[in-house]
Design a protein around this ligand. Structure first.
Ligand code: AMP
Length: 581
């Protein structure tokens, strides 16, 4: 059991942050009380950006550092809440001058530079719906998302413009491209391109935040499913209630913390807990432009005296690979609370962190659709290694049977479901209302995960109920990869599955058959992998490609992924009566 800190013993929180009396906390918890801890817009509306930044201007947090940016090449920048308020005002003015109004979709496609954070907040201030795209996405990945959302403006950088240029003819709704030239590369704006630096220099720092209501859309993140293209899970401004409360009580953020979330804003963790959760709590956060480099990560914790750290199992397993020797080279004594999300956290990782850091990783569970953490191991309770923890107060989770009519007996596997509504839940899949509706049954939201609950009420992850592949915490849709594969001139048909991987949880394996005239060769496989990386991203690219004369299909011509997986893993093949002769 971790020790109580003084400020936890004598806290003035309405919900006891230690959750040590879990049942009592659950019975007393009301989301309405959390609403009261927020400020609301001067006109009475609710806006994510106001809660994250501008409300602190009325307090002593005004001149507090909100963002410490660790740029590549040892560059550092710091921004206070007041700085971010002015800069995001300017950006909102830039957007309005381009004709952006409430409800328009404005997407970002940038590396983790301060301007990404400024853009996201500025977009939300303008009342537009922000869609952050992962900067490692390739052409097809950005096209699908920009097309489906009907994005009107895209914020990107010269280094990524070639991908945008390759697809912009297919994006009739895309009117303007704002180009952030952080690294001063030679660049001249083309038609419909606007220099961020130029536009910002001309924009006023005064801005009246759009009067959004709690039910207006604020942010959307695309997520992959078994079938079809990625779906845009759209959230509303009320999501801030969940971001704020869980950042405070699950991540245990306090005013004096230096917090580091390693996730990119291209994924939901990078916005809910890399922007809105910490900033609505007025906490200083670190952002590193650099990806995972073990010594650099430890250097950052040492240099900035990081106290709370939120990362993911694949990164933790990589740190474990480098071992204690690397840890010993650094002073990591500032760390007081560490969290993990995105994939199951192995019990060994919990024990290892306790041994080498003196504190253990706390696993928590949630997903793009839920908007904020739903199930967690809490600061002051015993961690159950291998378990995702217990539901956040205000959240009811259950393990349901196959038709979602009954809860499964304790200890038995079933569908992980959540009672709805809760403030940060998604309100639709963009343009896919029917699919959205299909995720709700008998008063439950169906998460798509399989899990079990033990006698102490802790939830244990079992696997996905569908064919979605979890590569290092990022969901990969097999259909998207199959669609990319069959666009390669050599590929006739493709079936994609996830196979277990000791480091990255799962990796993509593709089975393909070739068109006439193409011969299997290591070179061809490499070329196909590169092709998928350029279209989608590195996580989606098959680690292994097996070339077969033909793929197993149902009589209606559907490739049987289930059979490919069973054969690959040496599992029983199950019912093959629909298999094509
Ligand atoms: P995403 O919507 O991309 O954030 O992915 C959410 C999915 O990641 C969940 O539905 C789970 O399948 C998986 N996931 C997230 N957190 C955990 C966790 N703590 N343990 C196991 N799986 C997790």
């Amino acid at each position: 059991m971790d020790e109580l800190r003084d400020d936890q013993k004598n806290n003035d929180f309405r919900v006891p942050p230690n959750l040590s009396d879990y049942e009592k906390t659950r019975s007393e918890f009301r989301w309405e009380d959390i609403h009261e801890e927020l400020d609301f817009l001067p006109g009475g509306g609710l806006n994510l950006a106001y809660e994250a930044i501008d409300r602190h201007l009325k307090t002593d947090k005004k001149d507090k550092v909100a963002l410490i940016w660790d740029g590549k090449g040892k560059v550092e920048e710091k921004y206070t809440f007041a700085d971010l308020s002015l800069l995001t005002n300017q950006f909102a003015n830039v957007l309005n001058s381009l004709g952006v109004s409430k409800g328009d979709r404005v997407f970002t496609y940038l590396d983790r530079v301060p301007e990404l954070y400024i853009s996201i907040i500025g977009i939300v201030k303008a009342g537009a719906v922000v869609g952050p795209l992962f900067s490692a996405f390739g052409t097809e990945a950005i096209k699908d998302r920009l097309l489906d959302s009907g994005a009107k403006v895209l914020v990107t950088c010269p280094e990524l413009l070639h991908n945008v240029d390759a697809v912009k003819a297919d994006l009739p709704a895309l009117e303007k491209i704002i180009v952030v030239n952080k690294h001063n590369v030679p660049y001249t704006p083309k038609e419909n391109e606007i220099s961020y630096e130029q536009a910002m220099s001309e924009a006023s720092t005064e801005y009246e935040i759009c009067q959004t209501t709690k039910e207006d859309y604020s942010i959307m993140h695309y997520t992959s499913g078994t079938t079809g293209k990625p779906k845009g899970a759209a959230h509303v401004h009320e999501a801030i209630v969940g971001h704020y409360a869980t950042a405070k009580y699950v991540l245990d953020l306090h005013a004096d913390d230096i917090y580091w979330c390693t996730a990119d804003p291209g994924w939901v963790t990078g916005t809910s807990y890399g922007i809105f959760g910490p900033w609505s709590n007025g906490v200083t956060q670190l952002v590193s432009e650099q990806g995972f480099v073990v010594s650099h990560w430890y250097d950052l914790i040492t240099k900035y005296r990081v106290t709370v750290w939120y990362t993911a199992p694949t990164a933790i397993r990589m740190l474990m690979k480098y071992g204690e020797k690397e840890v010993k080279k650094h002073d990591l004594s500032s760390l007081r609370y560490i969290n993990s999300v995105g994939e199951p956290l192995n019990p060994e990782a919990v024990t290892w962190s306790k041994d080498v850091f003196g504190i253990a990783f706390h696993d928590n569970w949630w997903q793009t659709e839920t908007g904020c953490i739903q199930i967690a191991n809490y600061p002051i309770q015993d961690i159950k290694p291998g378990s995702m923890g217990r539901p956040f107060p205000g959240v009811t989770a259950a393990i349901m049977n196959d038709d979602f009519s009954q809860a499964m007996p304790c200890g038995e596997e079933g569908h992980l479901c959540l009672k709805y509504p809760w403030p940060s839940m998604f309100r639709t899949y963009w343009n896919k209302k029917e699919l959205y509706d299909s995720r709700f049954k008998n008063g439950w939201y169906i998460t798509g995960d399989k899990a079990r609950q033990d006698a102490d009420g802790y939830f244990h992850f079992v696997g996905r109920a569908d064919d979605v592949i979890n590569v290092a915490g990022h969901l990969v849709g097999p259909f998207e990869v199959e669609s990319a594969l069959v666009e390669h001139p050599a590929v006739a048909e493709a079936g994609v599955i996830g196979v277990p991987d000791p480091l990255r949880m799962e990796v993509v394996k593709a089975f393909v058959s070739l068109r006439d005239g193409f011969e299997a060769s290591p070179h061809l496989k490499l070329e196909i992998k590169k092709f998928v990386t350029e279209k989608l991203d590195a996580n989606s690219a098959p680690k292994d490609i097996e070339i077969l004369p033909t793929l197993p299909k149902t009589r209606s011509g559907k490739i049987m992924r289930r059979l490919l997986k069973a054969r690959e893993l040496g599992l029983p093949e199950g019912d093959t009566s629909t298999l094509e002769e």
